[in-house]
Design a protein around this ligand. Structure first.
Ligand SMILES: [Zn+2]
Length: 308
C-alpha cells in the first residue's frame, strides 16, 4: 500500500520555548507512528496512529484512526467514525468494531463525546460505557472526557480540530479533549487538567500530554474575528508564536502552539508535552480534513482507555 504520510516541517517550529524535536524529518524523530501497514503480522487489522511519547506506558489502550480499513463508501471512504454526517449507520457501527479490535478494546467499552465546541469536560465511568456508539447518550454538549476506571474507552471526533490526550501515570487516570479554535481559545486543555485534579487528585506535573493529528499552521487560514479572539486570550509574546498576519487581512493560526501554551499554563512540564508531526489537511489520502474536503468527509476518532 502506498500511502502518503508526510510530516509537517511547520510543526514544532517554536524554538523559543521548545528546542526539542525541532527536526522531525527523520524516521527516528517522528512523534507519530502508522500501525498495521506493511506489517505481515497485523495485516488483518485496520491501520491507526500511535504516539511515540506513550511508548512504555503499559496500562493504556489508545490510538487515532485514519480513513483506511473501513467499510464506508464515497466521501466517507472508508473508516468513517461519525454517525452525524449522513453515512450508513451500519457501516459506521462496523467501522467501530474494526477499529476497536485494532486498538484492543470494544465498542461496548466506548463513551463517545457529543461535541459542540464547548469547554465542557465530563467525568465518566462504567455507567456511561457504550454511549454514543452502541446506545444513546444521556449527556450532550461535552467536548472533553476523563476517567480513572479501567475498561472505559474515551472517544472524541475530528477532521482538523485538535485532539488532546492526557495520561497521569501516577494516579492512573486519563483525559481526552476536542479543541477546535473555539475550544482552544476557551482553553479546554486547562479545563481538562483542572477536572483531573479535582476528580482524581492529579498533579499536573505527573501528566503526559499529546497534541494529536490536526490542522497545521500552513493549512489554517483564519479571519480577523478569530484572530481577535486569540489576541484577547493570549499574551503578546505568546501571540507572536500563535498567529502570522498576512497582506490579505487574513492570518495563519497555529492551534498546536496555542494548545501547548494552554497545557503549560495548566501546570504541565514542558518535557511532558508532545506534538503531532502530521497534519490532517496535508494528508488527505490518509486522514479526513474538513478544510481539504470542503466539508465532504467522514470523521476520525481519538481513543484512550485504561486497560481492564
Ligand atoms: Zn497542513
Amino acid at each position: 500500500m502506498n500511502i502518503k504520510y508526510i510530516n509537517c516541517k511547520n510543526i514544532n517550529i517554536d524554538t523559543n520555548i521548545d528546542n526539542t524535536n525541532s527536526n522531525s524529518n527523520t524516521e527516528t524523530n517522528r512523534t507519530t507512528e502508522l500501525m498495521n501497514i506493511n506489517s505481515e503480522h497485523t495485516l488483518n487489522k485496520v491501520p491507526y496512529i500511535k504516539f511515540k511519547c506513550f511508548e512504555g506506558i503499559d496500562f493504556i489502550n489508545y490510538g487515532f484512526s485514519t480513513r483506511l480499513g473501513g467499510t464506508s463508501k464515497g466521501i466517507f471512504s472508508s473508516m468513517n467514525l461519525s454517525f452525524a454526517r449522513g453515512d450508513d449507520k451500519n457501516c459506521v457501527s462496523k467501522n467501530f468494531e474494526l477499529i476497536a479490535d485494532a486498538i484492543g478494546t470494544t465498542p461496548q467499552n466506548m463513551v463517545y463525546a457529543m461535541q459542540t465546541h464547548t469547554t465542557n469536560v465530563l467525568k465518566v465511568g462504567k455507567n456511561e460505557c457504550g454511549m454514543g456508539v452502541v446506545r444513546d447518550r444521556d449527556f450532550s454538549d461535552i467536548d472533553g472526557l476523563i476517567t480513572n476506571e479501567p475498561g472505559v474507552c474515551l472517544v472524541t471526533s475530528y477532521a482538523d480540530c485538535v485532539p488532546l490526550y492526557f495520561i497521569d501515570t501516577k494516579k492512573k487516570c486519563i483525559g481526552l479533549s476536542h479543541a477546535g479554535w473555539r475550544g482552544t481559545v476557551g482553553k479546554i486543555g486547562i479545563e481538562t487538567v483542572k477536572m483531573m485534579t479535582q476528580a482524581y487528585d492529579s498533579n499536573p506535573q505527573d501528566i503526559i500530554a499529546f497534541i494529536g493529528p490536526s490542522i497545521c499552521i500552513d493549512c489554517y487560514e483564519v479571519s480577523q474575528d478569530v484572530a481577535d479572539e486569540f489576541s484577547n486570550a493570549y499574551s503578546k509574546k505568546q501571540m507572536s508564536h500563535i498567529l502570522i498576519s498576512k497582506s490579505n487581512k487574513k492570518f495563519q493560526l497555529n492551534l498546536h502552539q496555542a494548545n501547548k501554551y494552554n497545557l503549560l499554563d495548566a501546570g504541565l512540564k514542558l518535557e511532558n508535552i508532545f506534538l503531532t508531526d502530521i497534519c490532517t489537511c496535508c494528508n488527505p489520502d490518509l486522514l479526513y480534513s474538513h478544510r481539504a474536503s470542503k466539508g465532504q468527509r467522514g470523521g476520525l476518532c481519538g481513543f484512550l482507555e485504561i486497560k481492564e
